[in-house]
Structures are given as C-alpha cells and as structure tokens.
Design a binder for this molecule. Structure first.
Ligand SMILES: Cc1cc2nc3c(=O)[nH]c(=O)nc-3n(C[C@H](O)[C@H](O)[C@H](O)COP(=O)(O)OP(=O)(O)OC[C@H]3O[C@@H](n4cnc5c(N)ncnc54)[C@H](O)[C@@H]3O)c2cc1C
Ligand code: FES
Length: 368
C-alpha cells in the first residue's frame, strides 16, 4: 500500500475516473433514443366560441398545483399535438401566442363539421377539461438571420402561427424592422383577432395590418393579389431582396401565392410556409384492397391512405398529416399511388408518405 497521502489521493482519483468511464460505457450501450417526449396533461381555461364563424379558442395550463412551473418553451410559429385523454386520435395546432417563458398555450381552431377530431374537441374542450398536449415543435419559425421586412400572409385560421410570430417579433426580434400582415378571409366575422391586432397596430407604427374579405356582408369582396402586394411594398422603398414571406393559408391560396411570388422573382428561400392540411384535388376514385404486413383492409372513399390505415386499426404513427414529419412512411411492395402534394419530407425509393397519397390500384405495403 502507498505510504504517502498524495499517492492515496491519486489512487482514489483513478478509481473514480474508472467508475465514471464504466458508467458512460454501460449507458452508451443501453441508450435507446426516446422517440417522442411524453404528452403533458393540461387543463382548458378561457374558452371562447366565435359565433357564426365556427371558430373557437381556448388556453391550456398546468393544473393549479403545478402552475409555478412554466410550460416548455417554443419558437413562434411552432405547434402542439392535441389528443383527448386516453384517445389515440390527435391533431396538430399552432400556438397563437408567444412568450419566452410560457405559462399557458393559446389555440385558435376552426370546427370542421365533417372532420374526425374537431367536433369532439369542440364539445370536450370546455373550461376545466383535460387535454393531452405534446410539447411544441415544428419548422415554421422566424429564421435566425431574417430578412428585414416580414410579409405575413394568413388565410382564415392560418392567422394563428403568424400572431405568435408578431408577439415574438415585438418582444424579442429587433432584427426584423417591420411587419406587413395580410389577412384574407371569406366572411368578416372570421377576423376573430381583429380588435387586438388593430390595437397593436395603433401602438406599433412598424406593424401594418391589411384585412381582406372575399364575401363581406356589405361592399365589394377583396382577394389578395400578389402583384398589388409587391407594388405596395415597392412603394415603401424596400428592395424586394429585403422581403421575407411567411404564409399560412388553405392549400389553394398558399399554392397560388407561393407560385406567384416565385414568378415575380422572389427567391424560394425567402418564402416560409405552413400547411394545415391536404385537400384532395384529384379525380381518382375507387375502392381498393390494401395488404399491409399480411393484414387486409379496404380503401373506400378515404381522404388519403393514412386515414384508411387508421380506420383499419393498422399501427402506423403520424403527426403532421401534411408531408412534413415523415412519420407515416410506408414501403411499397406493389401497386400504384397518386401524390396529392409534393411533400417537404423526402422518402427513399419505393417509399411514400401515407398522408400524402391516394391509391390508384390494390396495394401491398409494409409500415416502416
Ligand atoms: C402544423 C399544423 C398546424 C395547425 N394549426 C391549426 C390551427 O391553428 N387551427 C386549426 O383550426 N387547424 C390547424 N391545423 C389543422 C388541424 O391539425 C386539423 O387538420 C383540423 O383541425 C381538421 O381536423 P379534423 O380531424 O376535424 O378534420 P379531418 O377529419 O382531418 O378532415 C380534414 C378535412 O377533410 C374534410 N373531410 C373529412 N372527411 C371528409 C369526407 N368524408 N368527405 C369530405 N370531406 C371530408 C373535413 O371537412 C376537413 O376539411 C394545423 C395543422 C398542422 C399540420
Ligand atoms: S404524418 Fe407527417 S408526413 Fe405523414
């Protein structure tokens, strides 16, 4: 045994280092990356129905005994997945407010009468009800080096992520000089955040809000024209290379606007957008047999392949339902499909995203 205390200390240090190294090695070998963070169980409050517009909004918070803890932080533009407690069906919703240390999440939602989730959510999400909320995520955010002029285009309820971006810009983003918001709706009662936006614009001279309604109760309908919008912005004296576009609207408005912006020479990396869903624009009809990992189910009048798999109780994960996350990837063994959109997520050969396709024949697939 060493006689000197320095030698004792060195020996002890070596043993401690050995134990730490062993721990790291064992952890590394056993480490399994967690696929998704656990949902938070949050409580609904401040529920509002916006009358004829079929729109409703509410906030969710931690239960009273845990309110001292802020909710997970997020970047404006990001969204959460909501599910009723104990249910598998979930949908994604953008957070309509931003705070650097959030105590609540605010949501603004359109009730789709024919939809699977929103009618249930509409009845369930009353003050005091519980919801399972997956922590915020998403790529539709203000970039770290933004263009100095932000041009935001919202169609209907597509205003939600843009409202949060305006919050973040006002409180935390001096790298954006001004914001021009264009909010296109059909009916004027869909402008559910009009009062607060107008109040904000009065107190903030660098925020310019333009309201457009295609079917107003009185007066002439107005539709967003990208040419007029660009000409108006030209008059403010900004070079077009200084403009960054943030668009969240229904598919037809979103696709038309992005196409026209590109036709007018706006670079695609200056155009950021979020899709809330995929609407079928296809003549493909028919009933087909789907064979998945030796199970057989029927595709019959579904909105996309993912819906048919869910109806057939096939275990398949999904999140965005808009071709962004890649979770619903399947491997195609035989058969043909039609692509409903050109998805952001790029699959390998012989793979496709179940949320983005319609079968054109019987299909044999396996879930990845
Ligand atoms: C990132 C992201 C953020 C989002 N943020 C918001 C938000 O802030 N607010 C918001 O309101 N929504 C938002 N959405 C959309 C939301 O996730 C849901 O898609 C939406 O609420 C509809 O859900 P649903 O289950 O009620 O409708 P679904 O059942 O998914 O149906 C979708 C559409 O298809 C139609 N449809 C369904 N079945 C049929 C049928 N058999 N025949 C004809 N039509 C049919 C429905 O009417 C509806 O228009 C977001 C989506 C994403 C991806
Ligand atoms: S569910 Fe996200 S890509 Fe299909």
């Amino acid at each position: 045994m060493p006689q000197h205390p320095v030698l004792y200390a060195l020996l002890l240090g070596a043993v401690v280092c050995l134990v730490i190294a062993l721990k790291i090695l064992v952890r590394g070998a056993l480490y399994k990356p967690r696929k998704k963070p656990k949902p938070l169980r949050l409580q609904v409050s401040a529920r509002n129905n916006h009358g004829a517009a079929d729109l409703f909004s509410f906030v969710v918070r931690r239960p009273w005994y845990a309110r001292w803890r802020p909710l997970p932080r997020f970047s404006s533009g990001q969204s959460v997945s909501l599910a009723l407690p104990g249910q598998k069906l979930k949908r994604r919703y953008s957070l309509a407010r931003w705070h650097h240390s959030p105590r609540f999440y605010e949501l603004g939602i359109r009730l789709e009468n024919q939809g699977r989730f929103t009618p249930e959510l509409y009845s369930h999400a009353q003050s005091g009800a519980w919801l399972d909320v997956e922590p915020p995520s998403g790529h539709f955010v203000l970039p770290s080096s933004p263009k100095p002029v932000a041009v935001m285009i919202a169609g209907g309820i597509g205003i939600t992520p843009l409202l949060a971006m305006i919050d973040e810009w006002r409180n935390n983003r001096s790298d954006i000089e001004c914001v021009h918001l264009y909010w296109q709706v059909r009916h004027t009662h869909e402008w559910i955040y009009e009062d607060e936006l107008s109040r904000l614009a009065k107190s903030c001279p660098t925020l310019h809000v333009n309201y457009l309604a295609s079917r107003p109760t009185s007066g002439i309908g107005q539709r967003l024209s990208v040419n007029d919008l660009l000409q108006n912005l030209d008059q403010t004296g900004y070079d077009r290379t200084k403009l960054g576009f943030y668009i969240c609207a229904g598919n037809s408005l979103l696709d038309a606007v992005t196409q026209e912006l590109e036709n007018n020479g706006i670079a695609s990396d200056a155009i950021h957008f979020e899709r809330f869903g995929i609407h079928i624009n296809s003549n493909a009809t028919g009933s087909f047999e789907l064979e998945i990992d030796n199970q057989k189910i029927q595709f019959d009048g579904h909105q996309n392949l993912l819906e048919a798999l869910e109806d057939g109780d096939i275990a398949i994960s999904s999140d965005c339902r808009t071709g962004t996350c890649g979770e619903c990837r399947v491997h195609c063994i035989s058969g043909q499909v039609e692509q409903l959109i050109n998805p952001e997520f790029q699959c390998n050969a012989n793979q496709f995203l179940a949320c983005c396709v319609l079968p054109l024949s019987d299909l044999k697939i396996s879930v990845i």
